[in-house]
Structure formats: C-alpha cells, structure tokens
Write a protein that binds this ligand. Structure first.
Ligand SMILES: [Fe+2]
Ligand SMILES: [Fe+2]
Length: 234
C-alpha cells in the first residue's frame, strides 16, 4: 500500500476515505431522526439524532482538512445515500434496527477505535481531531442505548436479537478478518491516526466483548445468536 507514496500521503488517503464515511453517517443520522419522529420516539432522542448528523458533517470537514494537511486532496464531496439496515419490516422495528446498527454497534466500535488512535497519535493536529471526534462519538453511541431502553416490546427485542449477527456483520469488512500478512509499513501510520489491521481487530474484539454484547444484554436484547456467530471471540 505504501509503494510510491509517503507515510503522510498514505495516512491522508485514509483520512479522505474517512471524510466520506462521516458524510454517510451524517445522512444516516438525519434519516434516523426523521424516522424516529415518525414512530413517536421521545423528542430529546430525536434531537440527539439531529445533533449527531451535524456533528458528523463537522467530522467530515475535519477529516478532509487533515487529509489535505497530509498532502491528499480528496474528490469533491458528493451526496451519500445511507444504506437500509433491514427491509420489509414495520417502521418501529426498522428504527430499532437502525439505532442498534448505527448507534449501538458502529458508534461503540468507533469510540473504542478512536481511543486506540488517540493513544498512538504522535502529531498534534491528528490528536486534536481524534480527541474532538471521540467526544462526539460517545454521545452518538449513548443515543442508541437510550432509545433501546425506552422500548418495552419483548417481541421486538427478541426479533432484534435475531438480527444482531447480520447487524454486526454489516460493520465488519473482509479485510479486517483476513489472515493475509499486512504491509509492515502500515504500523508506521499509527502515529497519524491510522490503525494497523492487528490493532483494528483487537479493537473490534474488545468493543464486541466489553461494550456491544453486554450493552444489548443490559437493554434486554437477547445476545445468544450474536455470541454464537462470534463465538471465537465472545
Ligand atoms: Fe463521526
Ligand atoms: Fe458518530
């Protein structure tokens, strides 16, 4: 991956890619807020979703700026359409699954990853961005757990429990699970806010084992199927 580019440029490419992911998250939270309103979710939680969307726009701008400082000018931002987490279910279940996927799973993973990145970052501007983003992501994860704790429909929670393996699979890439050796130079990028695959996998396992599975347990969402799917780590 580092052939022909400096470590700064390689890290810059990752930050440019991250800007796109942040824009997608912004669109996702905006849609989630509207859908939460549609199912009569508490106003304070709808507001949190709307605020999260604005936070993600800000993260995208910071990621783009860092990419540029590292020597990479990304493509002009384009509209990103958020994916559908589930299809063919009533609106309240769709909101439940989206809160679980976007907030409980993705933002919890992101929080644990950002902690690891901040710990390793050696450049002041990279550390500053990681610090600010981390603060927001903690709030974004809380939104999902808070919404789940307002739901007292046991059948809906049992359904969500059965969806959890697919929801967590959706947050994992094949690359993360690959056993192919990674370019040793990737380790050099950790000071610039990019984690090696070994670190990212350790982050994933820690988040799943220590935050995500116990979080769903605490909200009364059965985690048997999730624990079976990821038995080698849970
Ligand atoms: Fe973000
Ligand atoms: Fe977020």
């Amino acid at each position: 991956m580092l052939r022909g580019v400096t470590p700064e440029q390689a890290a810059g490419l990752t930050w440019a890619q991250r800007a796109r992911v942040e824009r997608e998250a912004a669109a996702f939270f905006a849609r989630l807020g509207a859908r939460m309103r549609g199912v009569g979710a508490p106003g304070a939680l709808i507001e949190l979703a709307e605020r999260a969307s604005l936070d993600e726009e800000r993260h995208a701008a910071w990621a783009t700026e860092l990419a540029e400082r590292l020597g990479v000018r990304g493509p002009a931002p384009e509209d990103v359409a958020p994916r559908e987490v589930v299809a063919g279910v009533p609106d309240d279940r769709r909101v439940l699954a989206e809160c679980a996927a976007l907030s409980c799973v993705t933002e919890s993973l992101s929080t644990v990853a950002l902690l690891a990145m901040r710990e390793r970052a050696t450049r002041a501007d990279v550390r500053a961005v990681l610090h600010e983003v981390l603060r927001d992501e903690i709030a974004h994860a809380r939104l999902g757990w808070a919404y789940l704790s307002t739901v007292d429909d046991a059948r809906a929670k049992a359904w969500l429990g059965r969806e959890l393996p697919a929801i967590v699979d959706g947050a994992v890439t094949d690359e993360l699970l690959s056993d192919e050796p990674e370019d040793a130079a990737m380790g050099a990028l950790e000071g610039l806010g990019c984690l090696s695959r070994a670190t990212r996998r350790a982050v994933f396992v820690a988040a799943l084992r220590d935050v995500i599975a116990p979080g769903f347990d605490a909200c009364g969402v059965p985690t048997g199927a999730l624990r079976e799917r990821y038995a080698r780590w849970l």
